[in-house]
Design a protein around this ligand. Structure first.
Ligand code: SF4
Length: 410
């Protein structure tokens, strides 16, 4: 019988890093498929034989097992095993390599088997965290039960207390969401699209509100109902989702409106945007890949909404409902709003400072501290505080004067 490490290796040949955790995905060219996989990497991996070697737990080949470095919210890097309970799937998402009927060799773990092999890898210091997803096999709730069982065994029998990012399956039930929240550090469910028509084009069997949004709503309700009693992590998990960008025909307005709604209504911590890339032997294999700059602009805009106090209405959408590809949305907003009325760095409040390109949350705090000591007069004063001074220059006043600005930056 195929051993667990062999299966991990084979899964790794079929899936790799999705832009998860707080890894800076804007620079990551890899798109993400529905239940947590990356079509770009899969496109490269499929069709090539997995490099099969004999591996031991003591000395496994990390990359061949699907181990990647993820950046945690505090900046810490951890070796994260990204894998699946099964690559069998009964659904037919049009972009996904795991869709039913696609011809490739699939692999399945039992819950105790996955928990055991991960615990061994962890004890051997090969991995420090787990990202666990799955194809849908036997229905969403049944698949979710097996995912939950895996983490439950890992936490209770194997005594693992480290990081777990667990996927919620389409159609997961409320009690399963609650149980998953007691076990994981992060939960995510891939919405794929912001509207049902766009979702149907991508994933004909998925239902946006009942199957995908409802588990996020339950998670928010459970969090609001009280402290994390029964939690094995001592806190409620963060929530994340992912959108497939391009073939659904959705607009950036659609995507960012949904993101902002989820930020506000369910406390979504992270939305991932994955520019579509076609994969052979799928219904979308002949579609054109989405421009990766679109993914990049969506990330920038989502950070403005989440971290910079921007409102949805502030974003510089064009008539098509998309963000301009040739300009950072913060710069686009500043050109329209700050060119004639620049921000006086020595007087502006936190909110106005955050709107200036080149000034981030840390820069704002540094400026506010420095203002108590004296007046900021030169771009060099800003530079010393970690501000991207040339980027900010066209949109600020320093002690009543416009600083010399060089290029208009994107
Ligand atoms: S439900 Fe199945 S086919 Fe659809 S994205 Fe998930 S793994 Fe792929």
């Amino acid at each position: 019988m195929e051993d667990a490490l062999e299966k991990l290796e084979r899964m790794s040949a079929q899936m790799t890093l999705e832009p998860a955790e707080e890894h800076a995905p804007a620079s990551n060219p890899h798109a993400t498929a529905a239940c947590g996989h990356t079509p770009a990497d899969l496109a490269r991996a499929f069709g090539t034989a997995s490099e099969r070697t004999s591996v031991s737990v003591k000395e496994p080949k990390k990359n061949s097992l699907g181990i990647h470095h993820a950046i945690m919210p505090g900046g810490q890097r951890i070796a994260l095993l990204k894998t699946m309970l099964t690559t069998v799937c009964e659904r037919n998402c049009n972009y996904c390599p795991f869709r039913k009927g696609r011809d490739f060799r699939r692999a399945t773990f039992r819950a105790d088997e996955m928990a055991s092999v991960f615990a061994q890898l962890h004890r051997s210091r090969v991995v420090e965290g787990l990202f666990l997803s799955s194809g849908v096999a036997g229905g969403g709730p049944s698949t979710q039960d097996r995912l939950i069982d895996t983490i439950d065994i890992l936490r209770r029998k194997q005594g693992y207390r480290g990081y777990v990012h667990l996927k919620l399956m389409p159609g997961t039930q409320r009690d399963q969401v609650h149980r998953a929240m007691q076990l994981a550090d992060r939960l995510s469910i891939n919405l794929e699209a912001p509207t049902q028509p766009a979702l149907t084009r991508l994933a004909p069997m998925k239902v946006l509100i009942e199957e995908l949004l409802q588990p996020l709503k339950w998670a928010a309700e459970i969090k609001q109902a009280g402290p994390p009693r029964g939690s094995l992590t001592g806190r409620w998990p963060s929530l994340a989702t992912q959108f497939m960008v391009g073939p659904g025909g959705e607009s950036d307005v659609d995507l960012l409106a949904m993101t902002q709604t989820l930020n506000k209504k369910v406390g979504l911590q992270r939305a991932y945007f994955s520019a579509f890339r076609p994969l052979t032997d799928t219904p979308f294999e002949n579609l054109t890949a989405e421009n990766p700059w679109r993914e990049h602009r969506l990330y920038q805009a989502s950070f403005l909404l989440r971290d910079y106090g921007f409102e949805f209405e502030d974003l510089p959408f064009g008539k098509s409902g998309h963000l301009p590809l040739d300009a950072d949305p913060k710069v686009g907003w500043a050109r329209m709003n700050l060119t004639e009325t620049p921000v006086e760095v020595n007087k502006a409040d936190r909110r106005d400072l955050l709107r200036v390109p080149g000034i981030g949350p840390r820069g704002v705090e540094a400026i506010l501290r420095e203002r108590q000591r004296g007046t900021l007069r030169e771009l060099g004063d800003l530079r010393k505080l970690g501000v991207l001074a040339q980027r900010a220059a066209p949109f600020v006043l320093l002690d009543g004067r416009r600083p010399p600005a060089q290029l208009a930056l994107m």
